[in-house]
Design a protein around this ligand. Sequence first.
Ligand SMILES: [Ca+2]
Length: 74
Amino acid sequence: MQNILIVLVFLAALFGGVYWYAGYSTRTGFAKDENQNFIPDAWEEKFSWFFSGKGIIMLLLGIGIGFTLAMVIG
Ligand SMILES: [Ca+2]
């Protein structure tokens, strides 16, 4: 269970970092974002599901972390 928790926390941090970087790089003009949705256009073609599913992905990770944390603690 502890390994699952570590993986989930790692994924949440990784995804959070990617979402943050997408917003940061487009806002600063570092990445091309012609349609102004704060997702680098280069990523949008292949990973649009990853951004459109942001809410549900982070929600599921949060639930998963809460569940495994409860199992680990007690
Ligand atoms: Ca875009």
